[in-house]
Design a protein around this ligand. Structure first.
Ligand SMILES: [Zn+2]
Length: 389
């Protein structure tokens, strides 16, 4: 069964060779053919081939489904009071994670799975067709492995984050916790994970600990990604680049050497403006990274403590308003940028052979994602060619 989506007013292909060129490879008055879950043809509507089915986009904008490469969705409990207190003047520290750890440990598998399904569905309804999911609220061998097992039922992009914070049982023995994370916990988690991550930050793990954790994960076939330079300057970004991590995430406090390292390597700088929004912190400087030549991704960092949004459109709007990105750059970062951060070439673009992950906006242009902040613009979503919304 082949499907023609035609009368697309403005198509974001993310292939600069297409259409009018530029970063997004925009094609006006476009059409797309989907076959067997993948893109079979892209071009001007007037030249589209015959198909079994036809969908009229009525002049609206079509773009690749968002690729959210950073989320923490296996958790239980509620931190409304903490957010309320922070917005009433308290400072954010990494320690609030332990509140969620206690609630997550106490939850059943069924409860955690239902929570995760709810957030993945919520993201999908807002156009996110690929989502990464980390562990990190269990912090025991059994609870971390359980989180990844549950996550793997919803996405192939699962990340072992036993090194989110030091488990409360090891408060007086952080070295012992690193031994657990690089030993028995890694053994239990590696079969369910694609990635290994560490929160490299004051109050979490220092550079030496992060190096040990990422190196141990890499030896088990997990690819590193790093929570780096979020709350302060530190070694995270340099470590990520040195170890060939797919992504350095947050990148809020960067020296010139950090920016140069990101620009010279393959490590994507993943910016998470929801975290700065929700902690009233200064935003990362996307303009500086892009001008230096770094690849930038935008993601939600959806988690109950520091960024409880699943909206990639919100991140696009904030990135344009507060981080020096053009609307084209922000949409690029939220789609193909996220795909690069996950080392995926089959998503984040609308090109022949790519997975048919499509977001139809209730708007004539992708620019409306920033131009109309807070307005629900999802008209339809297809994932692997299947209409989901
Ligand atoms: Zn995070």
């Amino acid at each position: 069964m082949s499907l023609l989506l035609t009368n697309v007013g403005s198509l974001v292909t993310n292939d600069p060779a297409q259409g009018s060129g530029g970063l997004l490879g925009l094609v006006q008055d476009a059409a797309v053919v989907v076959e067997h879950g993948t893109i079979a043809w892209v071009g001007p509507a007037a030249a589209a081939p015959a198909t079994d089915e036809r969908f009229d986009a009525e002049g609206r904008a079509l773009l690749p489904g968002f690729v959210d490469s950073h989320a923490h969705l296996v958790f239980a409990g509620d931190r409304t009071a903490e957010f309320n207190a922070r917005m009433s003047g308290q400072a954010y520290t990494a320690g609030g994670i332990r509140t969620t750890v206690a609630a997550t440990r106490a939850a059943t598998d069924t409860e955690l799975d239902a929570n995760l399904a709810r957030f993945v569905g919520e993201a999908l309804r807002q156009g996110t067709t690929t989502i990464e999911c980390k562990s990190g609220y269990g912090l025991t061998v059994e609870d971390e492995a359980r989180a990844l097992r549950i996550a793997a039922a919803h996405t192939p992009e699962t990340t072992y984050l036993g090194a989110h914070v030091v488990a409360p049982e090891y408060a007086d023995d952080p070295a012992g916790y690193v031994d657990l994370v690089t030993g028995e916990m890694l053994d239990a988690c590696a079969p369910h994970a694609r990635w290994v991550d560490v929160f490299c930050e004051n109050g979490a793990f220092d550079g030496d600990q992060a190096r040990a954790i990422l190196t141990a994960g890499a030896k088990r076939g997990l690819i590193p990604r790093v929570h780096a330079n979020q709350l302060s300057y530190g070694p995270g970004v340099q470590l990520a680049v040195e170890l060939g991590a797919a992504s350095a995430d947050h990148c809020t406090h960067l020296t010139d050497a950090d920016v140069a390292a990101l620009a010279s390597g393959d490590t994507v700088a993943t910016l998470l403006p929801g975290a700065e929004f929700s902690t009233r912190a200064p935003y990362p400087d996307a303009r500086r990274l892009i001008d230096a030549g770094a690849t930038v991704a935008l993601s939600t960092d959806c988690n109950p403590g520091s960024s409880f949004t699943s909206s990639m459109a919100f991140c696009v709007a904030v990135a344009v308003r507060e981080m020096g990105m053009t609307p084209d750059e922000a949409v690029h970062a939220a789609t193909v940028g996220g795909a690069r951060a996950l080392r995926r070439t089959d998503v984040g673009r609308i090109t022949v052979g790519a997975r048919a992950d499509l977001l139809l906006l209730d708007a004539p242009s992708h620019v409306h994602l920033a131009y109309r902040p807070g307005v629900p613009l999802t008209a339809a979503v297809w994932r692997a060619g299947v209409r989901e919304v």
